[in-house]
Design a protein around this ligand. Structure first.
Ligand code: BES
Ligand code: MN
Ligand code: ZN
Length: 503
């Protein structure tokens, strides 16, 4: 998708579809308070073309509610699409992202390949932050997961133009818009990986895609396999990989901006289970096909690295993805086995389906060995996080309030929801082992927390954030602004967190 900015008067723009935003400006409450749809555009010609439908009472400007006008009088556009954002007072940057996305997803099935989206003019919805959001929303909306349909028709939007008022700060809008393009495309890069079936995206192929991306955007990237795991004594990672015919991939990508020789080194660690059968503690068949997305944390970290390489913050970043299948096999590990992690800690395996924490244990240790001063990991780690928070918030854990607050400060920009859950010695006690140091499950209750406490053992006292995205990495219901399927969750928030260290 080509994405561009225009500062031309809306009425003069020749396009297949011009989308403008409307909000409900009714502030009164009660049965007589009918919605007051108001166009968020100062353009007289557009206001007049929209006035009849806005006055009709049929259209309420609810969130992502659309109405289309063909051959609008006084405009060069062939169609005028009005996209609602709901109550104006509640509208925020995120609303603009969704509105732009809704315009794109309205266009796609109708064969409209080119559209213009007018940046709203209302105070809380105008300006650079919204220009960035509109770009992100449009690009994210263009993604569909139907890659393998043999009769697939490419209905992607080829050109998206954001129209901004002539009196705006062109340079600031342009810079913000370009950022949005980078972040949106990086999120889609992640979604493409997550969407791939396990037979296509093996650990080796995962490594190839990471290398190709790294080359494209100028990151250093190395992909290692079995030998390196042994050399580094990654006994926890290997304990999962040993049960698969497919060799593992240890992906290491680095972003080292010129002239940045000191200050923090941020370590991004991702779970990359390209298929999780559960291993010998095998999962039930129902929904097992979904376990192809068990590499979403790793894919999110690579998507974030892509954005970082292009946005160029002044901070060093190292990214580690531990990719392997989790399979039952003659060589697979068994419940009761004891493994020695890279850090030297011994782990009693209770359930081979708690494999994500095993691969991450060594990923975290390796990141620290490579000099990471701050750690963040992302993983589809537990079903329990979905039980606790539903599919709405992802789980957030941290051993350091300052680091965690920096992450939370970025959520307003990223528009993603993370809810901090506790850690604590009482939880850590639940994973103590009789035979070794720790065991890999902590029983039925607080499953997302005991999993986090397991990782905490390997983060030690390095400031660390853990993101459990098991409930949010795959969305089951299509939204007006986003297809169902892989969401690309965490990419945007991790990017904001990294930028908070280096502008
Ligand atoms: N990959 C799963 C977690 C998961 C569940 C991701 C649902 C996405 C959707 C993870 O490896 C796993 O199997 N976790 C177990 C842990 C248990 C054995 C302690 C779980 O959540 O049941
Ligand atoms: Mn599992
Ligand atoms: Zn898993």
């Amino acid at each position: 998708m080509k994405a561009d900015l225009s500062f031309a008067p809306l009425a003069q723009i020749e396009t297949e579809l011009l989308a403008v935003v409307a909000a409900d400006t009714q502030t009164a409450k009660g049965p007589d308070a009918t919605p007051q749809p108001t166009l968020l555009s100062a353009d007289e010609a557009v206001r007049s073309a929209a006035s009849a439908v806005l006055g009709s009472g049929e259209y309420k400007a609810g969130a992502n509610e659309t109405v289309l006008i063909h051959a609008p009088a006084g405009l060069k556009a062939k169609r005028l699409l009005i996209v609602g954002v709901g109550k104006q007072a509640k509208a925020a940057v995120l609303t603009v992202r969704n509105a732009a996305g809704t315009a794109v997803r309205y266009s796609k099935p109708r064969g409209i390949r080119e559209l213009v989206f007018a940046l709203p003019v209302a105070g809380n919805l105008a300006g650079a932050a919204c220009a960035r959001s509109a770009a992100e929303g449009a690009i994210v909306a263009d993604f569909d997961p139907d890659t393998y349909k043999s009769d697939r028709k490419d209905v992607s939007v080829q050109s998206f133009t954001l129209a901004a008022p002539a009196n705006s700060d062109e340079a600031a809008l342009k810079a913000a818009f370009c950022e949005g393009v980078v972040v949106g495309e990086s999120q889609n890069f992640t979604r493409t990986l997550v969407n791939e079936p396990g037979n296509v995206l093996t650990p080796t192929e995962f490594g190839r895609r990471a290398s190709a991306m790294a080359k494209e955007v100028g990151l250093k990237c190395e992909v290692h396999s079995t030998e390196k795991l042994h050399e580094l004594k990654m006994g926890a990672f290997w304990s999962v990989a040993q049960g698969s015919e497919e060799p593992p991939a240890l992906i290491v990508a680095r972003y080292e901006p010129d002239g940045v020789k000191d200050g923090p080194v941020l370590g991004l660690v991702g779970k990359g289970i390209t298929f999780d059968t559960g291993g010998i503690s095998i999962k039930p068949s129902d929904n097992m096909e979904k376990m192809k997305y068990d590499m979403a944390g790793g894919a999110a970290m690579l998507g974030a690295m892509r954005a970082i390489a292009l946005l160029k913050p002044r901070v060093r970043v190292v990214c580690i993805v531990c990719a392997t299948e989790n399979m039952p096999d003659g060589k697979a590990q068994k419940p009761g086995d004891v493994q020695t992690a890279m850090s030297g800690k011994t782990i009693e395996i209770i359930n081979t389906d708690a494999e994500g924490r095993l691969v991450l244990a060594d990923g975290l240790t390796y990141a620290r060995q490579l000099g990471a001063t701050h750690l963040i990991d992302a993983a589809t780690l537990t079903g329990a996080v979905g039980v606790a928070l539903g599919m709405v918030n992802a789980g957030l854990f941290s051993n350091d309030d300052g680091t965690c607050e920096k992450f939370e400060a970025g959520l307003e920009t990223s528009g993603e929801k993370f809810w901090r859950l506790p850690l604590g010695d009482e939880y850590a006690d639940l994973i103590k082992s009789e035979i070794g140091d720790i065991k890999n499950t902590g029983g039925r209750y607080g499953g997302a927390i005991t999993a986090a406490e397991f990782l905490h053992v390997f983060a030690e006292d390095t400031p660390w954030i853990h993101l459990d995205i098991a409930g949010t990495a795959w969305i089951e219901d299509a939204r007006p602004y986003m297809a169902k399927g892989p969401s690309g969750y965490a990419v945007r928030s991790v990017v904001e967190w990294v930028r908070s260290y280096g502008g």
